[in-house]
Design a protein around this ligand. Structure first.
Ligand SMILES: Cc1ncc(COP(=O)(O)O)c(C=O)c1O
Length: 797
């Protein structure tokens, strides 16, 4: 990238391009090689815009490059390049760089006179074989190796300095603002505005931060045309013509800027390069934060310089503008994702101890068939009934924060998955998992610290005497264990649950789950189960406009107790999902829980708060869903987000309740509470705290609800918007007075949103509630993207 526009433009640059390139014949080159460097070789011209280069194939089989510098080239810069190559060869001899061939008397340069009377400096470097990175497939392993090579090269240059190192160079990122005086030469107005914005932002916001970063002499152009590869390995780097003293991180920004261009998953590609770099030289957080802007600025510089050069050399416009369109497109794409997304991905890549598997997104016509065949194989192996979301199922290959990446490389905004609650593949969690898995994984019958520390951390978040943890592996198991605890402690065997409740899949818990009970398939509830209506103030028997509706719903507990008694049972437990998800996402109204709990306890039962969906900060105001109701349950069950996707769950209860079960039986779970689970559980709690995710759930959830409420003004289909924090239900109805459920429309909206790149679920007894419960790293911009897609999907109905 050493090409330079003419100096009369106002931006200081070498006049090398304007000075005629040397014009020696191959015979002359062979003679110089022989006479000055003692190399008997045949010469072939190589392309060069400003210098003249010859490939030399010597009789002894060695290969060299004879470089005749442009006479306008600053001799001090040539010296710097030669000294840098010698330095690198000394400190990292295995690094693939050209070696300087001195003359027999030890000189690095040879001077010759040209026929035109000008004097030329000649040097010889070893020729590096290999394929140009530009022609190679951008396999993740190769991208990683490019990063590693850039870092190794910079490491080798760490102790190097030269008086010419702080020279003025057009491609010095720190000089980018100077190009602002040339942006008027960009004809296309939209493009011009973007470039100006990027350069202005760089000057005002980025440069002051960049100046605080560590700096040294860097190669400054480890790009597609200077990097040599073999398979997925980088074998060498050539062209030290842009060597400069500059912030180290600029050296990483350049390969990223070039290699993510036209890459189907640019964020992943940038992450790979960065991870490769980081494995050699640890990047500082401030440096990671700057990469997005440096990459954008580099693209902006390319566009600005190319437009400027075209004005001076319209005859060369095809050559100059090659690839510039792509630089502009990349800038647009980057502005869509935003700096935060790139930073998060890079940070994750640096923190992840393992290389992530990045798919090859190149699609062939056979891919559509293979998607169908995948679906067919799934049906055969997992059974035809296993639900697959969406008419056009999503084939996911990767997760990242709030994003799911599909097999085409498309990023889908995940507004549905609450399990990866601190974000898909959060680096802190991944690292904790990998570290512990590599250290020890054993069961709780051995003494190890983390299970105690984890239980301390969990119980510290609970009120009252909820001080004992029992670790299991799924929400269903936790609820099953809660059932055994309740029966053992109360001596009763009846259960009270919501109509349409869901608490899990074990045989016992299945009985407590009318939502999934198969009542539509003719099954009836066990006779020891009584149901109560969900306190649904929108569609239920008692509505929000009745000031006593909470009490009226709570009073239904009395009916349930009576019903159990008449069948010969008393309640052992009342189970409550604190967001009543399967009931259509209903937050119990104020006053409901305290009255309901009182009634259950008066009838001899325990109160089980099923926090499998609602826990870990999701509802925003509190860590646990029950806390807003100012009650203390007897048993709390935890699952789903507890391990950000790792199969783990817990029951938290009082010592007395545990003691009751232990009088009857033992409890042991082989993998529940093992060291890996505890490491992950602690990491999840750390991230929740450090990133303030509970507060974020409250803030972003409120914003999202208000955005959807605004939409409701234009879309009569939106009947109700409800929820807490980032657990939101949007009930769709055909008629706001009859509340006729709009189930078909809900399915259509979810499917359309999926096509628009936003994933949302469907919930409720009438399947007419959009279920929104994204990873808690969802932010205000994601909320806007969500509502845009919802708006469009509703408009298109
Ligand atoms: C409220 C509630 N409890 C329990 C469970 C069961 O958890 P798991 O699927 O981990 O067994 C679920 C699962 O959806 C749930 O929503």
């Amino acid at each position: 990238m050493s090409t330079t526009p003419q100096s009369q433009t106002g931006v200081k640059a070498e006049s090398v391009l304007e000075a005629r390139a040397p014009a020696f014949s191959t015979q002359q080159a062979e003679a110089i090689a022989r006479q000055a460097f003692d190399i008997q070789a045949s010469a072939h011209r190589l392309d060069s815009e400003r210098d003249q280069n010859f490939h030399l194939r010597a009789k002894d089989g060695s290969e060299w490059v004879l470089k005749i510098a442009n006479p306008a080239e600053n001799p001090a810069l040539l010296d710097m390049q030669a000294q840098a190559l010698l330095h690198i060869a000394q400190v990292d001899p295995s690094l693939g760089i050209p070696r300087v061939k001195a003359t027999p008397n030890g000189a690095l340069f040879h001077e010759i006179d040209g026929a035109d009377g000008r004097r030329f400096t000649v040097r010889v470097l070893s020729f590096l074989p290999g394929q140009l990175l530009d022609d190679a497939t951008r396999h993740p392993a190769l991208l990683r190796d490019v990063g590693a090579m850039a870092a190794r090269l910079a490491r080798a240059l760490r102790g190097f300095f030269h008086p010419a190192a702080r020279h003025e160079l057009l491609w010095d990122l720190t000089q980018a603002p100077a190009l602002r005086s040339r942006t008027h030469l960009i004809e296309e107005q939209g493009r011009r505005c973007v470039i100006e914005e990027v350069l202005d932002h760089f000057g005002a916001e980025v440069l002051p931060k960049l100046k605080k970063q560590r700096a040294q002499v860097i190669h400054n152009d480890v790009g597609c045309l200077n990097t040599l590869v073999e398979g997925n390995r980088v074998t060498g780097v050539i062209d030290f013509g842009d060597l400069i003293h500059a912030p180290l991180v600029c050296d990483l920004a350049i390969p990223i800027a070039e290699l993510i261009r036209e890459h189907p998953d640019p964020v992943a590609a940038a992450a790979e390069i960065t991870a490769g770099y980081h494995a050699v030289t640890a990047l500082e957080d401030d440096e990671l934060r700057l990469i997005f802007d440096l990459v954008s600025t580099r693209c902006a510089m390319e566009v600005a310089v190319a437009n400027w050069r075209v004005c001076d050399h319209p005859e060369n416009s095809n050559y100059i503008m090659a690839g510039i369109q792509e630089a502009g497109i990349q800038l647009d794409r980057m502005r869509e994702w935003g700096a935060e997304r790139m930073y998060t991905a890079l940070r994750r890549a640096c923190a992840t101890p393992v290389s992530i598997e990045v798919s090859d997104f190149t699609r062939t016509p056979a891919d559509e068939d293979s998607l169908q065949s995948l679906i067919e194989r799934r049906r055969q192996r997992l059974g035809p009934e296993l639900e697959l979301f969406y008419d056009n199922p999503v084939h996911v290959v990767r997760g990242e924060g709030v994003w799911l990446i599909d097999d085409t490389g498309r990023s889908l905004l995940d507004a549905y998955n609450n399990v990866p609650s601190v974000g898909h593949c959060h680096p802190t969690v991944v690292q904790a998992l990998a570290r512990q898995a590599a250290t020890l994984n054993i069961n709780t019958r051995y003494l190890f610290r983390s299970v105690i520390e984890y239980a301390d951390r969990l119980t510290a978040t609970m009120p009252g005497d909820l001080s004992v943890c029992m670790f299991v592996c799924s929400g269903s198991e936790a609820n099953d264990l809660a059932w055994r605890l309740a029966k053992a402690h109360t001596g009763n065997s009846g259960g009270i649950v919501m109509e349409d409740a869901y608490h899990g899949t074990t045989d016992a818990v299945y009985e407590l789950s009318p939502a999934d009970y198969g009542i539509d398939k003719g099954r009836t509830l066990a006779k020891y189960i009584a149901t109560v209506p969900a306190p649904d103030g929108y569609r239920g028997q008692f509505r929000r406009d009745d000031p006593l509706y909470a009490e009226r719903y709570a009073a239904c507990i009395d009916d349930a107790v009576t019903s159990l008694n008449t069948r010969g049972f008393a309640p052992a437990a009342f189970y409550l999902d604190l967001v009543l998800s399967s009931n259509g996402i209903i937050i119990p109204p104020p006053g409901y829980l305290s009255t309901a709990f009182e009634k259950v306890r008066a009838a001899g039962g325990l109160c089980v708060a099923d926090e499998v969906q609602s826990g870990f900060g999701r509802t925003g105001d509190h860590m646990w869903g029950f806390q807003v109701h100012d009650v203390i349950p007897d048993i709390v069950t935890l699952g789903k987000p507890i391990g950000n996707g790792l199969s783990m769950a817990a029951v938290v209860t009082t010592p007395e309740i545990v003691a009751s079960l232990m009088q009857e039986t033992d409890f042991f779970s082989t993998t529940g509470g093992n060291p890996v689970a505890c490491a992950v559980g602690i990491a999840v709690l750390d991230v929740l705290e450090q990133e303030g995710l509970q507060e974020r759930a409250a803030r972003v959830g409120a914003k999202l609800r208000s955005l959807i409420e605004k939409l409701a003004k234009h879309h009569s289909l939106i009947g109700d918007v409800r929820g807490a924090g980032l657990f939101i239900g949007v009930e769709l109805v055909r008629d706001r007075s009859t509340l006729e459920p709009a189930a078909k429309e809900t399915t259509a909206v979810a499917n359309r949103m999926r096509e628009l790149g936003v994933l949302v679920g469907i919930e409720g007894p009438c399947s007419n509630v959009l279920k929104i419960r994204p990873p808690l790293v969802f932010d205000e911009n994601h909320a806007l993207q969500f509502t845009d897609a919802l708006d469009q999907a509703l408009r298109e109905l």
